[in-house]
Ligand binder design. Structure first.
Ligand code: ADP
Ligand code: MG
Length: 307
């Protein structure tokens, strides 16, 4: 079957959610009319078979995750998600796979009213999926990695380490958190206006928090006993729990810094995801770990490509 009938059959939505898509799938480019007084927020993430997901991963989960990781990047800026583009390289045409994959794409988009407005479809040796996501923030209101201040709380959403544990224990209920990460889009928008800096957790808390610390030129203290860890992981020795929670990767939770006053205001709202204070920003630069007031020196690192 030709490339065009694949696009027509699997990737073209019958109806769009967004009324400011002037032109969707059908022409050389899509056209979008941004709302006045907003800035465009754009990101891309690529998933490679065997590298970003086990080769055994269900097609539906691959579709879901390729969207979720991008919506998570938009959430980390406090942006409102709008639309995606999908560039896919397929080793062969498998209709059952394409049907489930595209359903996974649309199932992840639907709760946020995100439209698939374009992309590219090619044949190649390895299944590779690149999604580009577009969103908006009010002019000047995006939350970046820079801006953490001494005295701020360090806060994370949800639980840490679930996906990494799921990867090591395929078949365990926590594999769901690996295959179907929940992008924290609504929470990200609620945090906008309150947080001083934010990042989404894709490579493990330690590695990702260090991006905030470096960008903001500050140090931090983490209280390990405050890490939100699933009851399944709590059965493990502390060192293993910390390895999953601090260096596991694939959490797709939000990590942000916020003044103590703003935090008290933020939690007055009904929040989309539970929050946990896990530490604070302090001087000097560097990251220090404590367990019950006792400093710990752990040899941990998050996921690194080309390592
Ligand atoms: P061109 O050759 O001009 O780049 P294409 O033939 O690649 O155009 O694509 C035709 C239309 O289909 C375009 O609107 C493009 O954005 C869209 N498209 C192609 N592949 C995908 C895909 N995998 N998902 C969504 N839209 C796609
Ligand atoms: Mg063209």
């Amino acid at each position: 079957m030709a490339e065009f009938s694949i696009i027509e059959q699997y990737f073209k939505q019958a109806r769009l959610y967004q009324n400011n898509v002037v032109l969707g799938i059908c022409d050389d480019s899509a056209i979008v009319s941004p709302p006045p007084d907003h800035e465009l927020v754009i990101c891309t993430d690529t998933l490679v078979d065997g590298r970003h997901f086990p080769t055994t991963t269900a097609a539906h989960a691959i579709g879901w995750k390729s969207v979720a990781v991008n919506l998570s990047d938009l959430a980390a800026m406090g942006a409102i998600p709008h639309s995606i583009l999908l560039a896919i390289t397929l080793p062969n045409i498998d209709h059952a796979w394409l049907k489930n994959f595209s359903q996974g794409i649309f199932d992840c988009c639907a709760p946020y009213g995100v439209d698939l407005i374009g992309g590219d479809t090619t044949q190649g040796p390895h299944l590779t999926i690149s999604v580009t996501a577009l969103g908006w923030v009010k002019r000047g209101q995006a939350i970046t990695r820079k801006g953490a201040c001494v005295g701020d709380y360090i806060v994370v959403s949800g639980q840490l380490g679930d996906a990494a544990f799921g990867l090591q224990h395929l078949g365990h209920p926590l594999q769901h958190r690996l295959d179907y990460p929940s992008p924290r889009c609504l929470l990200g928008q609620q945090i906008q206006g309150f947080a001083s800096s934010m990042i989404d957790l894709s490579d493990g808390l330690i590695q990702d928090l260090k991006h905030i610390l470096n960008a903001s030129q500050v140090g931090a203290r983490l209280n390990l006993e405050k890490l939100p860890i699933d009851t399944a992981l709590q059965q493990l020795p502390s060192a293993q729990q910390w390895q999953y929670a601090l260096a596991g990767g694939d959490d797709y939770e939000l990590c942000f810094t916020i003044s103590q006053n703003n935090y008290q205001q933020l939690i007055q709202q009904k929040l989309a995801t539970p929050l946990h204070i896990i530490g604070c920003i302090e001087e000097p630069v560097g990251l220090r770990l404590y367990d019950q007031e006792k400093q710990k020196y752990l040899d941990l690192n998050g996921y690194q490509h080309f390592a």
